[in-house]
Design a protein around this ligand. Structure first.
Ligand SMILES: Cc1cc2nc3c(=O)[nH]c(=O)nc-3n(C[C@H](O)[C@H](O)[C@H](O)COP(=O)(O)OP(=O)(O)OC[C@H]3O[C@@H](n4cnc5c(N)ncnc54)[C@H](O)[C@@H]3O)c2cc1C
Length: 481
């Protein structure tokens, strides 16, 4: 008999959350804490979505998406999770850049960037201050027609080196490009510039373990290996979900699955307005990425001058196509020193990431796919050898992941690492206007992606759902005259 992963689950809840990415987990926690009955359904065998890790023999634990996030995570985690989680968030020490235009190390905050831009890049201090103030002043309701490239040209015309310094880490942080609206850059850049880049000490496994503890405390019914097939709607109102052969009812359903998959796979366009369907179809997915995961032999370490995050590129120019090309020129290394997991076995791990297109990996045959992965590993080791000499002899383990890996584990359409481009946000927010009680919370619109963006979006949607449920309770208890 196959195991029943829904054994003991009720037939009805106030809320069903589909997916346990950081937005799904946060929505479930906030609503559970507010006293609503919540069922959290995750198709994978562990919680976290892209916020995940994997273990390899020899005591190596690799984090998949824990490279860095802004200081704002501390406040969000304290408020919506726990003090214990917030207390483990620590700053990264050094961010390093090496490319044909410049070579530098920075703490990646406004003070240090101002120093660099004025001294090394010789930009007038007033210009730098004006740029920072403009970026910080941007908000969602601003004019959205200006692109990031145009913003850079307005302040630093012809200075491709400055554009590269300002943009390269953000491309990595949320997949945005020079062609995306400037607001997506301004918000994320300013978040980082407030106090630098932070990480979670103890690793993603500890974070998810602490989150699970909190969810249980707040009464959330957590179910793994529960792949939701359908969101059921009647009279423009969400009724239930179909999962593992059962239909479970809810007053509200929140999908943390990919926006496109939520609308076209789980819901179906029959119940939606034509115009909404068109808008949803037009939403572009964000890019995906490839990684090479490397574990050094026990006892081996690297000098911390390598930085925690190391942005490298061999490309003479800074261009979106080059950043995404199969012909890799840009690699960002995350270096996990033994201090990353103080409780674990002392290990040094290096993860190389490069943004990538799903379409470059999707059509490969099994043999081509394997050969391409091996090539990715080989070229990455050749490159890293410049900075970590004899890297091959010092390695205990190496393997690669691709856009296909992300699609496989999270069901993200095209393995999108950061959800959708900017236009996805409006479609995600408009879903409850189409189907009452149905919401989407997950990486969209560049702004609402990444660890902090996903958590904050979860909070926003939890507030909407809480208001809806309270209104329904209010309506149900209205005296009948
Ligand atoms: C390689 C990589 C590196 C990254 N690095 C960083 C970084 O350094 N800093 C940063 O801030 N962000 C980073 N990100 C982005 C960040 O990890 C994501 O934006 C964020 O974790 C996404 O959270 P989410 O809530 O949108 O859900 P996701 O993580 O996308 O999770 C969605 C969940 O829904 C589940 N699901 C889908 N369909 C169903 C279904 N039908 N039934 C049940 N469950 C379902 C999936 O299994 C998954 O668990 C990185 C991402 C990647 C891929």
């Amino acid at each position: 008999m196959p195991r029943d992963f829904l054994k003991g689950a009720s037939d009805e809840y106030d809320v069903i959350v589909i997916g346990s990415g950081l937005a799904g987990l946060t929505v479930a926690n906030v609503l559970g804490r507010a006293g609503h009955s919540v069922l959290l359904l995750e198709q994978h065998y562990k919680l976290g979505g892209m916020a995940t890790w994997f273990k390899r023999p020899g005591g190596h634990i690799f984090d998949v998406s824990l490279h860095g996030f802004p200081y704002g995570m501390i406040k969000s985690c304290r408020r919506y999770w726990s003090q214990e989680i917030a207390d483990s968030i620590v700053p990264l020490k050094g961010i390093r850049f090496e490319n044909p235009m410049f070579s530098l190390t920075t703490t990646y905050n406004r003070e240090d960037f101002t120093k660099l831009l004025t001294s090394q890049f010789k930009i007038a201090p007033e210009k730098v201050a004006e740029f920072f103030d403009t970026a910080r002043g941007m908000n969602f309701y601003d004019d959205q027609s200006m692109t990031t490239g145009e913003l850079f040209n307005k302040f630093f015309p012809g200075r491709e080196d400055v554009h590269r310094l300002l943009m390269e880490p953000i491309v990595y942080a949320n997949g945005s490009t020079l062609e995306d609206p400037a607001i997506t850059y301004g918000i994320v850049f300013s978040n980082f510039m407030s106090k630098g880049v932070y990480t979670f000490e103890g690793g993603t496994d500890l974070l998810i373990q602490l989150m699970q503890k909190e969810l249980k405390k707040n009464g959330v019914d957590i179910r793994i290996r529960c792949d939701v097939e359908k969101i059921n709607v009647e009279d423009d109102r969400v009724q239930s979900v179909t999962v593992n052969g059962r239909t479970i009812k809810a007053k509200s359903v929140i999908s943390n699955a990919n926006l496109n998959a939520t609308i076209f796979r789980l819901l179906g366009e029959e119940t939606l307005d034509k115009q909404f369907v068109e808008e949803a179809r037009a939403v572009r997915l964000n890019n995906s990425s490839t990684q090479v995961y490397m574990a050094l032999n026990p006892g081996e370490t690297v000098d911390e001058s390598l930085g925690d995050l190391f942005f490298t590129s061999t490309a003479e120019e800074f261009k979106t196509d080059l950043l995404l090309s199969r012909d890799v020129t840009s690699r960002t290394y995350s270096i996990y020193y033994p201090r990353t997991r103080p409780e674990g076995r002392p290990r040094t791990l290096i993860v190389s990431s490069t943004n990538a297109h799903y379409k470059d990996w999707a059509p490969l045959s099994d043999e081509q796919y394997e050969a391409s992965k091996q090539d990715l590993i080989k070229t990455t080791l050749d490159h890293l050898d410049r900075y970590v000499p004899n890297i091959r002899e010092r390695l205990a383990h190496v393997e690669a992941s691709t856009p296909r890996t992300f699609q496989h584990y999270t069901q993200h359409v095209a393995g999108a690492s950061f959800g959708t481009k900017f236009e996805g946000l409006a479609v995600s927010r408009a879903l409850p206007d189409q189907v009452k009680g149905l919401y989407h919370a997950g990486s969209v619109g560049i702004i609402m992606s990444g660890w902090l963006g996903a958590i904050n979006y979860g909070v926003i949607v939890a507030n909407d759902v809480d208001a809806l449920l309270m209104k329904q309770v209010g309506a149900a208890t209205q005296p009948v005259n």
